[in-house]
Design a protein around this ligand. Structure first.
Ligand code: TRP
Length: 334
């Protein structure tokens, strides 16, 4: 996993073990990671400490952390190229966060749009919610990461990470790699089936909103058949006027890898019922093998503990080294 030994650059990404992973997470992120994984050293962190910035049920947090790890593997993340681990298993994340806190101006954090949105929705705001992006910066720069593949909504946090790394380097000497954000070009921006103007959400509990990776086939089918469309009765890739139909076509395209022209030819002269049926069958066919692998692995709880432990053991030396260098720079050790 050493950058210098193989010349491969390091990719780091994190996902919160809250809510339910859905087809938007798969088509917009995980599928790309799997396709590109051989090009990099990849570190995929399940950010359980970030999840704590809003109230969590402890038993559920524990279970979801394991579920996410198994889903990654079931989706094709290959441990030859990737390490999967839980953030809380490597204490350097928390330790570096403190050091970075001390070089980060408060105003930088108060400006973050995600913080402002989340804080506005809560009566009482924990310090952790404000500090969330500093922990994220620590995650990334602990591993000398070059690339951070994330969705558009996390871009501001990666830019802040760069600012923090640059500031530390300026104040104390070259210490951290300044990472670049990697926004996937390809890959669908999947919307909610019930509301095709809003991004599909991990935390929504409304039936028929998300297509969850672990939904059984009949639930997937039902959600798609009930998806919001329009009354134009026209099959076209038109996000402005037909967001619901566009969303279904977009999902179909991302799954089948067909061109827009091929897809339009396929559905020409057919109704929305037919479109939905086809999309449902494509989604089910794509998810079923993944679900089978997931449930096979899930039968052995010791297996997942081993994966998480080996993942953490493999990358911990990288993080500890970078933390030590930061401590030296700050005068905490020699
Ligand atoms: N904030 C990210 C999200 O909610 C999760 C995350 C935490 C992350 N640490 C990270 C993503 C480091 C990329 C790199 O999606």
């Amino acid at each position: 996993m050493n950058n210098t030994q193989t010349g491969k650059k390091r990719v780091f990404s994190g996902i919160q073990p809250s809510g339910n992973l859905h087809i938007g997470n798969y088509l917009g992120a995980i599928k790309n990671w799997v396709a590109e994984q051989h090009k990099y050293h990849n570190v995929f962190c399940i950010v359980d400490l970030h999840a704590l910035t809003v109230p969590q049920d402890p038993a559920e947090l524990y279970q979801k952390t394991r579920e996410v790890a198994l889903l990654y593997l079931a989706c094709g993340i290959d441990l030859e190229h990737c390490a999967i681990f839980a953030q809380s298993h490597i204490s350097a994340h928390s330790e570096l966060t403190w050091l970075l806190n001390c070089v980060t101006p408060l105003g930088w954090l108060e400006r973050m749009t995600q913080y402002k949105d989340k804080a506005a929705k809560q009566e009482s705001v924990g310090v952790g919610l404000l500090d969330y992006p500093v922990l994220m910066a620590a995650d990334i720069i602990l591993y000398d990461s070059h690339y951070v593949p994330v969705g558009e909504d996390q871009k501001q946090h990666v830019e802040l990470t760069r600012d923090i790394a640059i500031r530390f380097n300026n104040l104390y000497g070259e210490t951290f790699v300044v990472p670049d954000v990697l926004i996937p070009k390809a890959g669908a921006r999947v919307k909610g089936l019930d509301d095709p103007t809003a991004k599909m959400s991990k935390s929504s509990v409304t039936q028929g909103h998300a297509l969850r990776l672990l939904d059984p086939p009949d639930v997937l089918r039902k959600s798609i058949m009930r998806a919001t469309t329009d009354s134009l009765n026209r099959i076209a890739f038109d996000p402005e006027n037909q967001p619901g139909v566009y969303n279904l076509l977009n999902i179909y395209q991302a799954i089948t890898n067909k061109s827009q022209a091929e897809i339009l030819a396929e559905f020409e002269g057919k109704g929305y019922g037919n479109l939905k049926k086809q999309v449902a069958e494509a989604v089910i066919a794509a998810l079923e093998p993944m679900q089978t692998r997931y449930y096979e692995m899930a039968q052995d709880p010791a297996y997942i503990e081993q994966i998480l432990k080996e993942g953490a053991d493999r990358v911990r030396p990288i993080a500890e080294h970078r933390l030590r260098v930061a401590q030296e720079r700050l005068g905490l050790r020699k």
